[in-house]
Structures are given as C-alpha cells and as structure tokens.
Design a binder for this molecule. Sequence first.
Ligand code: MRU
Length: 367
Amino acid sequence: MKVAGEAMRPLRGSAQRDAVQVIDQRLLPHRLQLETLNTPQQVFTAIRDMWVRGAPLIGATAAYGLALQMRLDASDDALEAAADVLRTARPTAVNLDWAIHRMLRVLRPLPPAARATAAWDAADAIAEDDVAVNAAIGRHGLVLLQAAAERKAAAGRPGPVNVLTHCNAGWLATVDWGTATAPIYQGHAAGLPLHVWVDETRPRNQGASLTAWELGQAGVPHTLIADNAGGHLMQHGQVDLVIVGCDRVTARGDVCNKIGTYLKALAAHDNGLPFYVAMPTSTLDLTLSDGVAEIPIEDRSGREVTHLSGRTAAGEVVEVCVTAEGTTAANPAFDVTPARLVTGLITERGTVAADAGALRRLMETPR
Ligand code: MRU
C-alpha cells in the first residue's frame, strides 16, 4: 500500500540479505519510523514488544529472524535454539509457529553451508506468499461487499456499505493488503461506495492508531468509534456487515482474535448481521478444536489498561495514567468467538462456513 503516495510495506528484507527493515508500529500514527533489525535477538524483541504485530506479519518477521540466524551460525543446534526462542515471542497467533515450521522443513534437511541462502529464499517466499494470499482474500471478500451493496440497494436503503472492523487486520498487520482490509481496499479502488466503522480497540488502540491511519492514507471513508458503540450502531441500521481478522482458528471454526471481537460477534448475531472473519489458511490450527478451552490467550501488562499515550497540542507524545494510584488491571489480549457466531471465513481459497466439514474440505481440495 502507499503512504503519502509512496509504496510502503511494514517488513522488507534488505537487498544484501543481512537485515530486515520494519516500521516501529508503537509510534504510529504520530511518527512513521523505520528500524533495521540485524540479529535474531532483535527480531525476537521487535515481535515481543510489538514493533511489529498482527498474525501474518509476526510469522513473516520470525522467518527472517531465522534467516538472520543462519548467517551467524547455521549449525543444527543454532537452528533449533533460534526456532525455539522465536516461537515463544508471542503465544496466541499460530502464524508464528506456522512460519517457523515452514522454515524448519526447508532448512533441517540441508547441510549447514547451504542454509543461509536457502533461509533467505524461504523467508522471501513466506513474505511474497502473504501478499498473494491477502490479495486473494480481497477478491473473495469483495464479492461479499458487492452483495451487501446490492441487498442495500434492493431494500431501498441509500448510502455506502458500512463495514465495522475491530483492531488492525490491515496492511500493517501483514506484508501487504491486510486481511480484513483487503476487500475494503479493492472495493474502494473499484469505486464501490464504502464506509468503515473503526473500533478504537482498547487497550492498545490498534484501531485508532493503525487502522484509522491506514484507511486515511488510502482515502477510504471511515469513522473511529469507541469500542462500546458498535452494538448501538448495529441496532440502528448503521452497520451492514462486520469483517475482522484472526490470530488462530480451530478445526471446528472457533475464531481467536483481538479482545472484544466476541462482543461484536454477539451483537452482530443479535441484530441478524453478517459477521465475517478474514482468514489466511496459515492461521488455521487443525490440532485444536474447542477454541475457548484450548487456545493460549496472551496475558499482557495491566499497565496497557491503566495508561494511555497520545500527542499533546504541542506535538509531544506523552503517556498518562487514567486510574487512581494503585489500581490493578487485567489485560487478556485476545478472545474466542465460537464458530456458531461466524457467518463465514474469507480465505485465499474462497469463503467457507466456520465448521469442521467445510474447513476439512477446504484444506483437502487440491490447489
Ligand atoms: O495484538 P495484535 O495487534 O498483534 O493483534 C492483532 C489482531 O488481533 C489482528 O486482528 C490479527 O492478528 C489479524 S491480522 C491480519
């Protein structure tokens, strides 16, 4: 996607194959700052501390982390140790483990001397595949947006298709396009009238600071809302459909995504609105079934709830505390939406029902 007219990605391997450049997403939307990562340790820190975030992006970044390790020491021990460390950087998004597995499948059979080149090629392939996968999700999701526009017109309801999204499943969360945003960007480019309700997504505000910024850069009409506003808007006919991303989807279609997603799904269900999840198949974890019981949920610092950061009128970015001294806060970072609340999963292979049979058939169908 473009920022101020210039093509931009949140992750790029260097031409010399000795570093990766990332956007430090902690600083957006106030500052667009690129950082260079030269070692697997730096990659680990960038994922753990959320310079890079979003399920597909942390997978691709970890792949480059292993590639950087192979430049330093490509022995079996070094490979396994780096893989073990990188996969613990964050616990919930399965894409991290998926990307590391894909790298290990390529690297383990090779002699150490061949690993550095092969690892960089494999990391590049993961990154480029992500772009193609998200573009395909965009094409399949666009059909749903067009259908929503037709339904709206047939019902004599004027105005754009109103999409509600939660967190940031945009291009910043992937190598390009985003997942939930890919249909929106493609629809906007095709001239489909669209408007996006952007949940602020407390406590880290990925909606307010990242999704709203992205949509603004692309010229997509959007409105930021407090997380609690979605249900009200749905009751008043101001939402036509919901599209969110995901961090892990189980074999039976339970969807884990940013905390608060479940409440949006409940509200959509109560109002008879379609609730779609954009899911690259790299986010499918066929080893798990019951999402609520089995998906590991990241527990983050309570400080993210008690403190907020923002820009003062003087342009300085500061952090403030919003609670009384000593208030303790809990901060589960993700929740699980049961499959029964999901209208469909928009994948790179098409849109499917969130159920075990549909997902099995999707994965078994030769490509
Ligand atoms: O904690 P984050 O910012 O990494 O959480 C991101 C999300 O929950 C996204 O919705 C998900 O990773 C999908 S990104 C295409």
